[in-house]
Design a protein around this ligand. Structure first.
Ligand SMILES: *[C@@H]1O[C@H](CO)[C@@H](O)[C@H](O)[C@H]1NC(C)=O
Ligand SMILES: *[C@@H]1O[C@H](CO)[C@@H](O)[C@H](O)[C@H]1NC(C)=O
Ligand SMILES: *[C@@H]1O[C@H](CO)[C@@H](O)[C@H](O)[C@H]1NC(C)=O
Ligand SMILES: *[C@@H]1O[C@H](CO)[C@@H](O)[C@H](O)[C@H]1NC(C)=O
Ligand SMILES: *[C@@H]1O[C@H](CO)[C@@H](O)[C@H](O)[C@H]1NC(C)=O
Ligand SMILES: *[C@@H]1O[C@H](CO)[C@@H](O)[C@H](O)[C@H]1NC(C)=O
Ligand SMILES: *[C@@H]1O[C@H](CO)[C@@H](O)[C@H](O)[C@H]1NC(C)=O
Length: 760
């Protein structure tokens, strides 16, 4: 089967086949053995591919640390052959019900009636033809219909075919009693396994069964007792798993370790926040028992909010805390666990490996390498509500380089920070100011409650309202802090930024021309505030970025030579014409692209990079920022493997972005602290950038929608040029903005003289 996809395996081999020379020393692990924990791949790379199929197992081996353990949930056929499938019910994720419509049955399993299609009703010959499918909605069904159910022998063959790698197989016998009742012996099967099978672990939630195996299997096979939910009754001792948990000694008598749901170690309260850890790992280690934690998946809808949707943060909680480390993790996403173990563990306190890029051309030969800037989007808005004091504090704590303020105006001319001028999107405005709901087509087509219709004193009565873009999919952000924090005025933002250790600030400006019609001059307000706080001075070490989609707005800031001017290109483009680059250079020194302009997407798949676009912009001397990056797996193309670190790696190493605009600065910062952020293989592993087109190539014909029409090439006329009103001749009516322009024309510093009048 593997031979059908030679190209992808070649790519994977190129990515992962190289080995670094000697491994550098690493801090000790708090595992039982003191060695690195192991990655156990449940059904292979089941987070991406139909579980326990050939592709899933092959991908797991090629995309993980080389000692990855492949997990096989064993189901026996009527003639006693073991097959790998996670669910006792084969119809759960295969076409068996369609192939054998009349062969379903109902059985008593651990005291409960279960209806479905069971392996023991079929001969192994029949099972070999069963075709697997994906039954988890957040995962692609694009690879269905081509992966067959595999026997353990099949899996072993494909493992042994991997030359020179130390692969291992973990066999789990979930339902020994059930198979026994129907005359099939799991024990006989396990004991009879050929010696050359690389089985390293055998687990079961059945006490007596596992105990019976001890002494009968090879001594280098670890017997692992699997815990199920604490209230469930273990069928052979009739004690609950909760009771057995308090009697680890009895397990130690025959087992080398235990496999427990992850919540047994880091419990979660009903609101999905983590509670302090239990003493389970330490207790088990004290008895000499290894501890493996299960239940890791990048798209786990119940992942604790403490991890901010960063699945490697979750793995690190188990392997890199100051108290203990589990000995292995059972996961559906083995590359993420591998990255956590090799690239991310023990890097928390590290400095960034490289300094951030400077404004100007990229470093040349012999110059020190740099990394992209971490630019926030409304502060750390993945953790706290959009542009609140808390979101900005979190951003600084999380290692952002640049914090951003999208400047909004109240009716009475107070400039403040908020992601949208429509207060309905991230405040509680709808509860009190529904009467102010209007439609302003110059701004958006849906109606809203606009900041320029409310006094600042009214806006201050509102509360932030953290919703997040994926709340409809039940992926809420930090609900405990939903209404926490307060809005900050532009001067407050600047004072905070100046007192912090960040590299710089970004001023976002939108709707400047419309605001003039409301008697509000946002360009003026921003210029004044920056001058007043001294941000225009060369002596101020922090950088200033001004971002707008309007060329005229950026032109107005040319009077400040220190500021970098960033053009927002808020629509997808696949390239930029030469004249358009020349046009942009007239008023900007950087552009901010959408993610889908950096890498073309088709549905949830990446089709390819727009290399020529980024190269052309770079060649023109423009820096390229890409965003907005968000951690939620719903936001990630399948090629990123539901792992936000892979997108960061891709934008850094493949796209060549000079800045990453993100709502989760901690995730980008963690990557830049990792030895893998250079793209080099480190201790046999690295976080590889996505390979656009790779998964599409594997897709079953007809399962992917046709490629969308290509995005346009940027032309000069696509660049927004809204006229800001002309400046009056009378000096006394001149706005600050106009005085700046005057100064530039005459070389006479007009604004410096009038600093005292800036309070108005
Ligand atoms: C089907 O499989 C999914 C994923 O493995 C699992 O969550 C679910 O409980 C299974 N359903 C049944 C009926 O076995
Ligand atoms: C998880 O987050 C909550 C709320 O922020 C916090 O109180 C708790 O201490 C965190 N738990 C852990 C284990 O970090
Ligand atoms: C390059 O990095 C080294 C070590 O951090 C530093 O000493 C040196 O000054 C840097 N050189 C340049 C040109 O920035
Ligand atoms: C800036 O200071 C915060 C603490 O206020 C710290 O957590 C963060 O790591 C620092 N950032 C840098 C880049 O030094
Ligand atoms: C305003 O916000 C509320 C709450 O988020 C939402 O239900 C409503 O649809 C929004 N109204 C508009 C016009 O967007
Ligand atoms: C409003 O809708 C019109 C027509 O659908 C569209 O052309 C225009 O771009 C929309 N405006 C905004 C601000 O979204
Ligand atoms: C998909 O269809 C095309 C054209 O019909 C064919 O050339 C290609 O080999 C098919 N791919 C697969 C994986 O079946």
């Amino acid at each position: 089967m593997g031979a059908r996809y030679p190209l992808v395996f070649l790519i994977l081999l190129l990515l992962h086949g190289t080995k670094a020379a000697p491994d550098p020393p690493v801090p000790g692990w708090l595992t039982l053995s003191g060695r690195r924990p192991v990655v156990v791949a449940r059904g292979g790379f089941s987070g991406l591919l139909p579980e326990s199929g050939q592709l899933a197992y092959n991908f797991a081996m090629h995309s993980s640390v080389c000692d990855v353990v492949l997990f096989c949930d064993l189901q026996l056929s009527s003639d006693g052959v073991g097959f790998c499938h996670s669910s006792l019910r084969l119809d759960n994720s295969s076409d068996i019900a369609q192939s054998f419509p009349n062969r379903g049955s109902t059985y008593q399993v651990n005291g409960q009636d279960v209806q479905g299609w069971f392996s023991l009703d079929f001969k192994s010959k029949e099972l070999h033809d069963i075709v697997l499918s994906q039954n988890i909605l957040s995962r692609p069904n694009t690879f269905d219909k081509e992966q067959q159910l595999l026997s353990l022998d099949n899996v072993v063959q494909s493992v042994l075919a991997q030359q020179g790698e130390v692969h291992a197989i973990w066999v789990n016998i979930e339902y020994n009693s059930f198979f026994m009742e129907h005359g099939l012996s799991s024990e006989g099967y396990i004991v009879g396994l050929p010696k050359e099978f690389p089985v390293t672990h055998v687990s079961s939630p059945e006490f007596a069964f596992l105990k019976g195996l001890s002494g009968k299997v090879r001594s280098n096979i670890k017997l692992i007792f699997r815990f199920l939910r604490e209230d469930l009754v273990e069928p052979t001792t009739k004690r609950t798993y909760g009771e057995l948990l308090k009697d680890l000694k009895s397990i130690k008598a025959f087992a080398s370790g235990i496999l427990v749901p992850k919540q047994f170690i880091w419990p979660q309260n009903k609101d999905m926040y983590l509670e302090p850890s239990t003493s389970l790992v330490k207790d088990a280690h004290a008895l000499g028992l290894e501890v493996y934690a299960s239940g890791f998946a990048n798209d786990d809808p119940c992942m604790s909010y403490n991890y901010s949707y960063d699945p490697s943060a979750e793995i690190l909680q188990y392997i890199d805390n100051s108290e203990f480390s589990v000995d292995g993790v059972l996961t559906d996403n083995p590359p993420t666990a591998s990255a956590a173990l090799v690239c991310m563990a023990h890097t928390k306190g590290n400095p960034f490996l490289f300094p951030p890029v400077k404004a100007g051309p990229p470093p040349g030969e012999g110059e020190n390498s740099t990394r992209p800037l971490i630019i926030t989007h409304n502060g750390a808005s993945g953790v706290f509500s959009d542009s609140t004091d808390l979101a900005y504090q979190q951003a600084v704590k999380d290692g952002a380089d640049i914090i951003d303020c999208w400047v909004r105006m109240s009716k009475d001319g107070v400039a403040f920070c908020l992601g949208s001028t429509d207060l309905n999107s991230s405040t509680t405005a709808a509860t009190t100011f529904l009467g102010k709901m209007t439609t302003v087509n110059e701004i958006q087509n849906k109606s809203g409650i606009f900041s320029f219709d409310l006094l600042w004193s009214e806006i201050q009565t509102l509360k932030p309202n953290l919703i997040g873009p994926f709340a409809d999919a039940r992926l809420e952000r930090n609900p405990a802090a939903k209404n926490a924090g307060k809005f900050v005025t532009l001067p407050e933002f600047l004072d905070f930024a100046k007192a912090s250790n960040i590299t710089g600030i970004l001023m976002g400006i939108e709707h400047a021309t419309y605001l003039i019609t409301r008697g509000l001059d946002v360009v003026d307000a921003v210029s004044k505030a920056l001058v007043k706080s001294g941000y225009d001075k060369e002596t101020c070490k922090q950088r200033v970025l001004v971002q707008s989609e309007d060329a005229q707005v950026l032109t107005a800031f040319k009077s400040f030579p220190k500021f970098q001017r960033v053009l927002t290109i808020e629509f997808d483009i696949r390239d930029a014409s030469k004249p358009s680059v020349e046009e942009i250079l007239q008023f900007a020194n950087a552009v901010k692209l959408r993610r889908s302009s950096a890498a073309r997407v088709n549905g949830f798949f990446l089709e390819g990079f727009t290399d020529s676009l980024v190269n052309r912009l770079h060649a023109g001397g423009l820096q390229v920022y890409v965003g907005v990056l968000r951690n939620e797996f719903m936001n990630l193309a399948f090629d990123y493997w539901a792992d936000p670190l892979v997108e960061v790696a891709t934008d850094t190493l493949s796209v060549g972005a000079d800045g990453l605009v993100t709502e989760f600065p901690a995730t980008a910062a963690a990557f830049f602290r990792s030895p893998c952020s250079t793209g080099q293989v480190y201790m046999g592993y690295t976080i590889s950038p996505a390979e656009p087109g790779g998964l599409l190539m594997l897709a079953v014909n007809g399962s992917v929608p046709p490629a969308p029409p290509p995005a346009p090439v940027l032309e000069p006329q696509d660049i927004l040029q809204q006229q800001l009103p002309v400046c009056p001749n009378e000096p006394m009516f001149r706005t600050f903005r106009c005085r700046l322009a005057q100064e530039k024309a005459t070389g006479k510093p007009e604004y410096n003289i009038n600093l005292a009048s800036l309070d108005g």
